[in-house]
Write a protein that binds this ligand. Structure first.
Ligand SMILES: NC(=O)c1ccc[n+]([C@@H]2O[C@H](COP(=O)([O-])OP(=O)(O)OC[C@H]3O[C@@H](n4cnc5c(N)ncnc54)[C@H](O)[C@@H]3O)[C@@H](O)[C@H]2O)c1
Ligand SMILES: O=C(O)C[C@H](O)C(=O)O
Ligand SMILES: [Mn+2]
Length: 539
């Protein structure tokens, strides 16, 4: 019993156990005599954290604390959110995924579901829940981890990391969450060849068996955990939108890459327009990399046009999608269902056959908004950016591909090339940039700025569904928080305020659920409901 408490991160307080507790729990002699307060533990561990030379070392150190003591981990995280985000989450999480099998020491309470053992599904989920009331699952099949591709079982860390941010940012109870990886194999040859690889050593299963396995997972999880909010993360382009469409009317589900990214990028656009004092109606939008995120964002921004009073056809006329083949045309048989609504007609252009790359499209279209979700580093070149900036005063440019090594451009280059005129947000955190004596703060257009608050709202409301209205409310609540009074202001609120605006988002989402009658039980006060639901790290 005594050792099981020290080994249970949900119950362990380590040196903070009082003499009475030590006596009651049979811990006499199992801890050093001095009793520390939580604050003392936080100060000591933070000092130790600061001695670690690299972000990967820092993360390893924090994960050891996570494995031992959740309260301490989240108290520490919540006091240093902006500091820890790039270490616990993106971009360092990409390094941990790329080295997962090599660095493995602990499964970190994740659930590993193998397509080769579907008969174990129920038992596995029950084992992992261990009697806990699970309200939130982040599930991945790891086919499209960030922009780094297929990582099989090793992609489980994205589910673990996303959940850490949920709790640190929005106070989701860490005892009510479950990270899940669906190991359906991997097409990553490097993993298949690696003697250390911990996942199933075969190619990805696709088709009917894949669909059945995912379906078995969704229905089993929903049955075991009836108040579940199910977050899909980093599925491949062929599955992400299809799965969202399949389940969103039946269950309370969310796709972060489609919807989370859509919300944050719309919020960034609205923030930018607040600064430039322009209207959405006057924008021309180019998406570079029309995959899961690119199409998800375009849909969200397009819906905003419609909400502001345009017809769907008028709204779509503002969008130009570019993928590997160049501008997407409606006669292209390879278009995905998500790309189709935005494909253009060749008749609109003098020389459509020339529009096979981003530079040609920018030259032809003169976009005012350029969003990068292509996974192709450095593709927002100086020539392209200068061409764009020659036709608009305040070009809105967002290189969103993660991690750092895949970004389409750096904030510094974008501001330098445009003499400070570009309104920029990046996927990963970026330092301030000074151009001509003005210091520009760079907003982070990463879905981590919205999914925690959105999730807290959905969970607090115990919403029966997550619909477009609630999603739109989340985006708008964030846009209102941008401080445009100073020159160089960022187009999104800073990560240092993540806890505050997660709360704002959650309240807006609960209110919208109440207004639409979508709460499982009657709720009257959104603010109180959110406050009541939040978990606080304390002993
Ligand atoms: N900032 C955020 O919050 C956020 C959220 C989601 C995704 N992302 C990033 O966006 C990127 C894409 O993610 P995704 O989930 O959409 O992946 P995806 O695979 O679904 O989409 C990538 C798209 O880029 C296209 N592409 C590849 N090479 C190209 C090229 N040379 N020119 C033009 N297009 C090209 C692909 O064909 C595909 O359609 C990743 O780097 C990911 O980290 C960022
Ligand atoms: O994980 C992130 O940093 C954001 C996003 O979900 C992505 O896939 O890149
Ligand atoms: Mn993602």
């Amino acid at each position: 019993m005594s050792l099981s408490i020290l080994n249970n991160p949900f119950k362990n307080k380590g040196t903070a156990f009082t003499p009475d507790e030590r006596h009651e729990l049979g811990l006499e002699g199992l801890l050093p005599p001095h009793v520390q307060s939580l604050d003392e533990q936080v100060a000591q561990t933070f000092a130790q954290y600061q001695t670690k030379p690299t972000n990967l070392d820092k993360r390893q150190f924090l994960m050891a604390i996570f494995d031992e003591n959740r309260v301490l981990f989240y108290k520490l995280f919540s006091e240093h959110v902006a500091d820890f985000m790039p270490v616990v989450y993106d971009p360092t999480i990409a390094d941990t995924i790329e080295n997962y099998s090599k660095l493995f020491v602990d499964p970190q309470d994740a659930t590993f579901l193998s397509i080769d053992r579907p008969e174990d599904m129920t038992t596995a989920l029950k084992n992992a829940a261990d009697g806990r009331n699970i309200r939130l699952i982040v599930v991945t099949d790891a086919e499209g981890i960030l922009g780094i591709g297929d990582w099989g079982t090793d992609g489980v860390d994205i589910a673990v990391g996303k959940l850490m941010v949920y709790t640190a940012a929005a106070g989701i109870d860490p005892a009510q969450v479950l990270p899940v990886v669906l190991d359906v194999g991997t097409n990553n040859q490097h993993l298949l060849d690696s003697p250390l690889y911990l996942g199933n050593r075969h190619k990805r299963v696709t088709g009917e068996r894949y669909d059945q396995f995912v379906d078995q997972f969704v229905t089993t999880a929903e049955e075991l955990f009836p108040d579940l909010y199910l977050h899909f993360e980093d599925f491949g382009r062929d599955h992400a939108a299809a799965l969202l469409n399949r389940y969103q009317d039946r269950y309370t589900v969310f796709n972060d890459d489609i919807q989370g990214t859509g919300i944050i990028t719309l919020a960034a656009v609205l923030g930018a327009l607040k600064i430039s004092k322009q209207s959405l109606a006057d924008q021309r939008y180019v998406c570079f990399g029309a995959g899961t995120a690119g199409a998800g964002i375009a849909k969200r921004v397009c819906d905003e046009y419609v909400q502001q009073g345009m017809s769907v056809a008028e709204a779509k006329a503002h969008f130009y999608m570019v993928d590997k083949q160049g501008l997407l045309f409606d006669d292209d048989p390879t278009l995905t269902p998500e790309q189709k609504p935005f494909a253009r007609s060749r008749d609109e252009f003098d020389q459509p056959e020339k529009l096979t790359n981003l530079a040609a499209v920018v030259a032809a279209v003169h976009p005012t908004i350029l969003v990068g979700t292509s996974t192709q580093p450095g593709t927002f070149t100086e020539a392209i950016v200068k061409d764009m900036a020659a036709h608009t005063d305040r070009p809105i440019i967002m290189p969103l591909s993660n991690p750092t090594k895949l970004a389409e451009a750096t904030a510094e280059d974008l501001l330098t090339w445009t003499n400070g005129r570009a309104l920029v947000a990046t996927g990963i955190p970026a330092q301030d940039v000074t151009v001509n004596g003005v210091t520009y703060q760079i907003g982070q257009a990463n879905n981590a700025l919205v999914y925690p608050g959105l999730g807290l709202g959905v969970i607090a409301a115990n919403a029966t569904t997550l619909n477009d209205d609630m999603i739109s409310a989340a985006a708008h609540s964030l846009g209102g928080l941008v401080d445009t009074s100073k020159p160089g202001a960022a187009i999104l609120p800073p990560v240092t305020q993540l806890s505050q605006f997660s709360n704002t988002i959650a309240e807006a989402v609960v209110q919208r659920a109440i207004d639409q009658g979508l709460t499982k039980t009657p709720i009257t006060d959104a603010k109180k409901t959110v406050a009541y639901t939040k978990w606080v790290p304390k002993y």
